[in-house]
Design a protein around this ligand. Sequence first.
Ligand code: C2O
Ligand code: CU
Ligand code: CU
Length: 427
Amino acid sequence: YSDRSTDYYELSVRPGVAEILPGVQTNVITYNGSFPGPTIKARRGRAVKVAVTNRLQTPSAVHLHGGIVPQDSDGHPLDVIQPGKHRVYHYPNDQRAATLWYHDHAHHLEAEQIYKGLCGLYLIEDRKDAPSLPKGQFDIPLMFRDIALDDKGQLLWAIFDGQRRNTVLVNGVPQPVLKVRRRKYRLRLVNTSNERMFSFRLSNGGEFVQVATDGGLMARPVRRTEISLWPAERVEVVVDFSKQRGGTKIMLTNANGGDVASTSQIMQFEVIDGIRRDAPDNDDSEVPPKLSVLPAIGAPVMMTRKVVLSFDAKNMVFLINGKPYDPHRIDYTVKRGSTEIWEVTNADPDPIPHSLHVHVVQFRVLDRNGKAVEPWEAYPKDTVSIPAGETVRLLIRFDAPYTGVFPFHCHFVDHSSVAMMAQMRIV
Ligand code: C2O
Ligand code: CU
Ligand code: CU
């Protein structure tokens, strides 16, 4: 392959096995045999081509979540790779550095196929971005997802089966122990679950210094002791272990996890001594008070739209604006370069949580039920939680240089694959 200005990756979508429980071979589906899929590293401004071969019996589409990509590389639900076929996706990476992820998006199949393993990380890096943050081996992605296992250690799959999915995996393994040195770490938290909402804390009451959201670095860091992370959201934090003694064990807990250890005690950090037993590591990393300069969304708002999320209990389908997804219908026509406000309401009478993810943009969350949001939601995001009864306003600038049909949907993928999706045509 000769094009030197483009990085090239190959993914083969195929059945595989994962050792989720020690000594047990669990049947999964994979990218390149890996569960979850391999991490793709991209550099801002340098294009990536991903050549995908589908070796499943079902169609598959690869979607780069959070990516600003042309329509023919977006993985529209009908734009699938049929079994045995091959295609190349083009990712320009002409966007801010951020923690993105790629996952299956085949019509009606994404919930099952993501659940069984079709997701992986995609990191866009920019050397000029806050270079003093912890890096290299001290920059660690943690992908969270819940699954249900039967007594033979095989995956149980059913839609809307959140109750039974009581094993939480971190990078494919339940309750791992991560040995950390006495210094700062950058942790990239990614929730790839179909439906599970996490609320993370550190068992020692320690602080997360949040530095990034879905769309990359925030302008300034924010200190938090609890981080809620809904499906498809990403949060990057710096955690400082330098004050801990060697041997200290700190749990990453999930305050939403109930009484069960497998869903409330997510993983453990075990602090180990570095070169000098009695002192923290030399650590020249730091979190600067100013992380990034964010482009203002200055343009006048051309349009306000109301997006209503609801559930039709009689037909067991989820709806956007009263309609189930029709991949041939255009729900909105949006002008490229324009700025809009989307007023998103969770109108469910039953308290069912939803979210909204919009392809090909990074938006700002303005307010929730009229109240200004916390700073970490005001930074660029592509997925936003919409709890029952809430109305959330998004400021969206359609500044991608691409036209065509792009979906938006609830990112509880058990909902989106049962019709909680709509689409816009950008003209
Ligand atoms: Cu992460 Cu259309 O999805
Ligand atoms: Cu997406
Ligand atoms: Cu939903």
